[in-house]
Design a protein around this ligand. Structure first.
Ligand SMILES: Nc1ncnc2c1ncn2[C@@H]1O[C@H](COP(=O)(O)OP(=O)(O)OP(=O)(O)O)[C@@H](O)[C@H]1O
Length: 255
């Protein structure tokens, strides 16, 4: 499903965090959003996912305007997001955690299903199988019975992506998935995201790790002071002087 952002503007009181931002994240492609701290990347994700009310502009998902919908409704329309911080439900295993995301899709209330009534038992088994398959697709099915809090951070991040996939969403918003990972984990994450792309899903990702972004993105959108500074294939963005001045030069210096 195509995700189209058109004329997106967001004000916080007198502060304009986003000004007239437009771009399209295409089916089966990974679009990366980069830019300096405070450029408006997180604000844009919050606007798309229904966490912030936009000041003006529209967000269209598969041809349907989703601006103004609540987060749960946006999720129901086929868009899931991950967060920078992994959120664990106390006491649940990895498999159960991923199942809760599957429940969101099936519209079942988890508590009702947990009662194990006969009518819900079969779908409970289906959800369990699906959650296991989702973990297997990411190569982490061996973690099914572990508790999320006990896992190393890199594996927690993969479970966070598994949760987004288990919702059945066609469009994934990933908030700095490579942050805090060491290089082997970043390499593995790149292969996971490449395989997700191959399933035809649309991925929109905020990320600061430039080698990771340059190697994986089909398109890069650069934000600076809430405005779109550039948009294009990695090579054209890498060599864009305005982008180098605003961000890449600094990212190199800080590396
Ligand atoms: N809820 C809010 N209320 C007021 N101002 C906000 C709010 N959220 C963000 N801002 C402001 O909007 C601007 C954009 O912030 P945002 O967090 O979107 O940037 P970012 O590109 O995601 O930065 P980072 O890379 O540091 O996460 C900043 O000036 C920030 O202070």
């Amino acid at each position: 499903m195509k995700l189209e952002i058109s004329g997106l503007t967001k004000n916080f009181g007198g502060l304009r965090a986003l000004t007239d931002v437009s771009f399209t994240a295409e089916d089966g492609e990974l679009t990366a959003v980069i830019g300096p701290n405070g450029a408006g990347k997180t604000t844009m994700f919050n606007c798309i996912a229904g966490f912030h009310r936009v000041s003006s502009g529209t967000v269209t998902l598969g041809g349907r305007v989703i601006t103004g919908l609540k987060p749960a409704q946006v999720l129901g329309s086929g868009l899931a997001r991950t967060f920078q911080l992994v959120r664990a439900f106390e006491g649940l295993t990895v498999l159960e955690t991923v199942m809760t995301a599957g429940h969101a899709r099936s519209g079942q209330r988890f508590g009702t299903a947990m009662l194990g009534l006969p009518s819900t038992r079969r779908s409970e088994n289906v959800l369990r199988d699906e959650a296991y398959q989702t973990l297997a697709a990411l190569g982490v099915e061996h973690l099914a019975d572990s508790h999320l809090q006990e896992l190393p951070y890199g594996q927690q991040r993969l479970v966070e992506i598994a949760k987004a996939l288990a919702t059945g969403a066609d469009v994934l918003l990933l908030d700095e998935p490579a942050a805090g990972l060491h290089s082997t984990e970043v390499g593995y994450l790149a292969s996971v995201l490449a395989s997700i792309k191959e399933t035809g899903r649309t991925v929109l990702m905020i990320e600061h790790n430039m080698p990771f972004v340059m190697g994986l993105a089909d398109k890069i959108v650069v934000l600076d002071f809430g405005k779109k500074l550039a948009e294009g294939e990695p090579e054209s963005v890498r060599t864009n002087q305005a982008v180098i001045d605003a961000y890449l030069g600094r990212a190199d210096r800080d590396a």
